[in-house]
Design a protein. Structure first.
Length: 80
C-alpha cells in the first residue's frame, strides 16, 4: 500500500470514529474543502506535514496520534 493510500484510509477511519463529515473536518481544521478533497481523491500526491497537522487539529489529535495507528504499522521508510 502506498503512503498516499494510508493517509486517505487514516482520514476516513478518523472521520468514521469521530462521527464527522469531510465538511465538518474542513471547517474544524481550517483546511479548505478543495484541499481535503484533493487529498482524499489522491490528486494531491504528497500532502504537506502542515496540512496533516491542521487536519489533526480538526480531529483533536496530535500528529503522533495520527501516525501511531494500524494504517502505518508496516512502513519501514520512504525513498525520496
Amino acid at each position: 500500500m502506498h503512503a498516499q493510500d494510508m493517509v486517505v484510509r487514516r482520514i476516513n477511519n478518523l472521520c468514521r470514529q469521530k462521527g464527522i463529515s469531510y465538511y465538518t473536518l474542513s471547517g474544524q481544521s481550517e483546511v479548505p474543502m478543495t484541499t481535503l478533497m484533493h487529498i482524499l481523491d489522491k490528486s494531491t500526491v504528497n500532502p504537506g506535514i502542515l496540512t496533516i497537522g491542521k487536519l489533526c487539529g480538526g480531529f483533536g489529535i496530535t500528529l503522533m496520534d495520527f501516525f501511531d495507528s494500524p494504517e502505518f504499522e508496516n512502513i519501514e521508510r520512504f525513498d525520496m
